[in-house]
Design a protein around this ligand. Sequence first.
Ligand SMILES: NC(=O)c1ccc[n+]([C@@H]2O[C@H](COP(=O)([O-])OP(=O)(O)OC[C@H]3O[C@@H](n4cnc5c(N)ncnc54)[C@H](O)[C@@H]3O)[C@@H](O)[C@H]2O)c1
Ligand SMILES: O=c1ccn([C@@H]2O[C@H](COP(=O)(O)OP(=O)(O)O[C@H]3O[C@H](CO)[C@@H](O)[C@H](O)[C@H]3O)[C@@H](O)[C@H]2O)c(=O)[nH]1
Length: 432
Amino acid sequence: MRIAVIGTGYVGLVAGACFAGAGQDVTCVDMEPGRVAALRRGEMPLYEPGLEALVRRNHEAGRLRFTTDLPAAVAASQVVFIAVGTPMGASGGADLQYVLTAAGQIGRALRHYTVVVDKSTVPVGTADRVHAVIAQHTEHAFDVVSNPEFLKEGAALDDFLRPDRVIVGTRSERARQLMRELYAPFVGDGRALLFMDPRSAELTKYAANAMLATRISFMNDVATLCERVDADVEQVRQGMGLDPRIGSGFLQPGIGYGGSCFPKDVRALMATAHDVGLELDLLKAVEATNARQKRSLLTKALRHYGDLSQRTFAVWGLSFKPRTDDMREAPSVEIIEGLLTRGARVQCHDPVARDAARRCFADRVSYASTCYDAAEGADGLFLATEWSDFRHPDLRRLWRLMRQPVIFDGRNALDPEEARAAGFTYFGIGRG
Ligand SMILES: NC(=O)c1ccc[n+]([C@@H]2O[C@H](COP(=O)([O-])OP(=O)(O)OC[C@H]3O[C@@H](n4cnc5c(N)ncnc54)[C@H](O)[C@@H]3O)[C@@H](O)[C@H]2O)c1
Ligand SMILES: O=c1ccn([C@@H]2O[C@H](COP(=O)(O)OP(=O)(O)O[C@H]3O[C@H](CO)[C@@H](O)[C@H](O)[C@H]3O)[C@@H](O)[C@H]2O)c(=O)[nH]1
């Protein structure tokens, strides 16, 4: 099947490469010529484990092409995916300008019956709006399908190739057949392929993300309570997670959720509800807890040192989570900005997010090529992202390198007893 994917971000590039890997003939479109030229040379615009090899293999085999020529790609395709950004708008709702612009471009380019699939995360009713925009520009028959994406950065290929579910929102039997064919290689016996109406599909995506964000904020509240009553949230978490009704996933307390999805999607769901006269107070609390949690390590540091000016701090981990270089809404940014505002110096290290960090902080911080270099002469160490490299540091070496052996572990990645035995003052999340 010939398909076009509009947008070569985390979602579009992964979807395009995975469909090509399954034997489809894929053209990925992006409006940024530099990005397309780089992709043609085999250079990835983002870090995602396994993606570079998959893209190269399929590009070389001629099944995966890159272009800025949207009209040609659309005209030649039976199925067109929209995978462009839907950032937070000024009022909190999703900004649909990229989706609706792409819809107009698709409408002008259609040459025959086409299934237009919205893979971007969009508010309820967007499939209808996309349909209306396309219809303004074409006489050809088409269907608009809602097919939200659930992949996680850092595990994107696995999530796409072995999804726990694929949601397809459509009322068209013709579109349903094409989508069934396209996803057949990834959904085994087909039970993971769930058809529903487009509005329910659109809402499922936001509801899932809001639920996951709620679990995280709930655990962060439990962690704060643990600190006040001298309990250990890691033990509480294990005890809770063994209840199958609760499950152990997404219960890890930390310094708040970040990334390009949870913050904006929680806000967008609240905006959707507000527009129909419903206030989602639970999500307001989820956001408030997350904001407090992102400040929590800084609060502990201020309490410990009093004054942070003229001190030097190491920050380990800059991306919003391990296995990605994405720094959108990363808790590390709030920590670093808080330290800099208070007159401290920052030496940071991240295994892959150095370029992203340079775009964010320029020369306001220094960038170390190893975590030990970052710790040299530091008055304290903030562990902001739980990269596996950071989980078992050489504590003796670290102790010798630092001016003051103090650790603020924002991910409970280290063993507090080991750290204390090695002479560190240790602050974690929800543990004494
Ligand atoms: N990042 C994730 O992990 C993830 C997971 C699931 C769903 N989503 C959702 O998927 C959507 C895309 O997210 P992303 O992180 O991949 O986005 P992104 O911002 O990384 O990439 C979007 C790309 O689309 C391109 N683009 C925009 N308009 C275009 C047009 N008219 N023609 C051609 N190219 C165009 C941009 O140049 C950019 O390269 C969002 O709605 C997001 O919420 C993201
Ligand atoms: O127990 C946990 C799990 C996650 N996080 C944090 O939550 C954020 C999001 O993590 P994760 O969900 O793993 O990454 P994303 O790539 O943002 O993926 C989420 O957002 C995507 C975009 O919508 C969805 O497709 C995914 O299903 C959804 O998990 C990160 O800051 C994590 O550190 C925690 O604090 N505790």
